[in-house]
Design a protein around this ligand. Structure first.
Ligand SMILES: Cc1ncc(C[n+]2csc(CCOP(=O)(O)OP(=O)(O)O)c2C)c(N)n1
Ligand SMILES: [Mg+2]
Length: 570
């Protein structure tokens, strides 16, 4: 039997999808049957990974794509499973993550007219008016498979859209009868469905930007997600060293620049003060950033000339967005930076000026490094997040893949991990908490030879559905080290409230409903669900040994480890 579902699996396999993160239901008999048939006949299909909750399934695909750049498939159950994807859809959309999501539709016949016709009560309940509407404002593309005859074309098309810049999630639905229907086998050349070519800068833009950077006194690059393509990091490093340009990361989602390079000027998040490098810059090149600065607290000088390169410079999906740029370009960062580098071959640079800029930035870099070393020292009898992160850095090695959902500790994690290699640190890129556990599994499945480390707030750990995550980690052989930055609750909303109302009632109240006391035994959840090594660390002298034991469990025993590390109370 060659059904629409056989065609779906075949198209995914041809397109290089190696994993299907699945949560099956009454809409999927044809797919379950096609999978079983393929296995029985020895046909290659993607690995099916059962995910007890959909939010975790999509987070797995998210982490996998961050490591490889490749979309994986997520299969969910009609409207209910689609809703249960929850905030993971927001994260994939905001984080520019390619992923193929497939959901069934309730059968559209009820008298047995077609194979797959209704035969369960729930098929009336789950028949909704606009299932695709549930996720439409978050996906790049949505479509319905209406006939078995063009399933392969529509799957390849959806993946082509998902992978074309800027990447994003796509959502495809098919009713039970359509997915059961016989299809005519069709040969397709996947090369004809490649993503669209990356966009370069226009020639006059290359000249303008190279000139502006070369002539500036304090040129600064501000970036957040340029490091999604490691090639762009190398290109940025070359350009900045050549011209003497500083680099400031704003809300970084990736490793955008090696932290040990003297031109690196740190990372700015919700810090409630003006960033110095930003204030003194006279020429600013914003490349790949959704939030280059927060004008109410930190902004460029009025006199600074701002230039902007982004694959989505208009941020069309955000109602409020502007940055006063002199020129704005829609272009791929790596391509644009390579063009600028070539343009500089034809310019005679003022070497003394380049040297002065390098020296200026190196001095600021040195001051910052000294301050970070001071912060990382042990803080008496409490475990500070700085001390913890520095210990994690020392033990995990430069090549480990780190997923950070540290929330109020995002800046500490970025600073004290001080990553030097592109593609070794990720955040979700979105704002819906709970990505880290699923993403860690996805990252491990994508790179089984690497050590995977998830750093999470205690709130974000609970949002990540740890019982699902740790059951999957054991079931699918995806062990990772998870470190919980446990401040016994939600510190971020406290920061938000006191920022707006510093002297209000909330500032004086004993309880503002944000603490988790008495705290759950977080690590024990993972032990119960997936046999993880579970450790709770309360004193600084337990930290090094705890991390070592966790890494040993992950690397040698091939089981996950959760370290619940008690930081000062929020
Ligand atoms: C799905 C979702 N629900 C609620 C929020 C609002 N929120 C932002 S940060 C935060 C607290 C996170 O707690 P934790 O992970 O422990 O980090 P901490 O703030 O303590 O550093 C909450 C509830 C959100 N961003 N996403
Ligand atoms: Mg917390």
């Amino acid at each position: 039997m060659y059904s629409a579902s056989t065609a779906l699996l075949e198209a995914l396999t041809e397109a290089g999808v190696s994993h299907v993160f699945a949560n099956f239901g009454s809409d999927h008999p044809a797919l379950v049957e096609a999978i079983a048939e393929a296995r029985a006949r020895g046909r290659t299909i993607p690995r099916i990974v059962s995910c007890p909750t959909e939010m975790v399934a999509l987070s797995c695909a998210h982490g996998f794509a961050q490591v490889t750049g490749r979309a994986q498939a997520v299969v969910v159950h009609v409207d209910c499973g689609t809703q249960s994807l929850g905030g993971a859809v927001h994260n994939a959309a905001k984080g520019r993550i390619p992923v193929f999501i497939f959901a069934g539709l309730s059968p559209f016949t009820q008298e047995g007219e077609l194979t797959g016709s209704r035969n369960e009560f729930i098929q009336w309940i789950q028949d909704v008016r606009d299932q695709r509407g549930i996720v439409r404002q978050y996906v790049k593309h949505d479509c319905e498979l209406r006939t078995a005859e063009n399933v392969k074309q529509l799957v390849h098309r959806a993946l082509q859209i998902a992978h074309s810049d800027p990447p994003g999630p796509v959502y495809v639905v098919g009713a039970r009868e359509v997915m059961e229907a016989p299809a005519t086998p069709l040969a397709i050349d996947p090369a004809e469905w490649s993503p669209v070519a990356l966009q370069p800068l226009p020639e006059d833009g290359v000249a303008t930007l190279a000139q502006a950077l070369a002539a500036a006194r304090r040129p600064l690059v501000v970036t957040s997600y340029l490091g999604r393509r490691p090639a762009a990091v190398d290109a940025l490093l070359r350009l900045c060293r050549r011209v003497g340009v500083g680099v400031l990361e704003s809300v970084p989602n990736y490793v955008n620049y090696p932290h040990d390079d003297p031109l690196y000027q740190g990372n700015h998040w919700n810090h409630p003060f003006q960033n110095e490098a930003l204030a003194e810059a006279d020429t600013i090149l914003v490349i790949d950033s959704d939030v280059p600065w927060i004008p109410t607290v930190s902004r460029p000088s009025e006199r600074a000339a701002i230039y902007h390169i982004d694959i989505d410079p208009l941020k069309e999906a955000m109602p409020l967005w502007y940055i006063r740029a002199k020129r704005s370009f829609r272009a791929d960062a790596a391509t644009a930076l390579a063009q600028l580098d070539r343009q500089l071959d034809g310019l005679s640079l003022d070497h003394a000026a380049v040297e002065e800029r390098r020296r200026h930035y190196a001095e600021a870099h040195g001051r910052r490094a000294a301050e970070l070393r001071r912060q990382a020292a042990a803080g008496g009898d409490v475990i500070t997040p700085e001390f913890l992160t520095a210990a994690v850095r020392r033990q995990i090695g430069e090549d480990s893949l780190v997923l950070s959902e540290g929330i109020t500790n995002y800046p500490t994690i970025a600073d004290h991990l001080a990553r030097t290699r592109p593609g070794t640190l990720f955040t979700s890129g979105g704002g819906s908490l709970g990505w880290n556990g699923g993403a860690a599994i996805g990252a491990k499945l994508a790179a089984p030879e690497r050590t995977v480390v998830a750093l999470t707030g205690d709130g974000s750990y609970l949002f990540s559905l740890p019982s699902t995550v740790h059951w999957m980690a054991r079931r699918y052989g995806a062990p990772f080290l998870q470190v919980i930055y446990n401040n016994r609750g939600w510190k971020a909303p406290k920061f938000s409230a006191l920022n707006v109302h510093p002297e209000g009632y909330a500032s004086r109240a004993d309880d503002i409903d944000l603490s988790f006391d008495p705290a759950p035994d977080h690590a024990a959840i993972a032990a119960a669900a997936g046999g993880a090594l579970a450790l709770t660390l309360r004193r600084p002298d337990e930290v090094e040994a705890g991390i070592a034991a966790g890494l040993k469990a992950v690397r040698e025993e091939k089981r996950a480890a959760v370290l619940d590390v008690w930081l000062p109370h929020l």
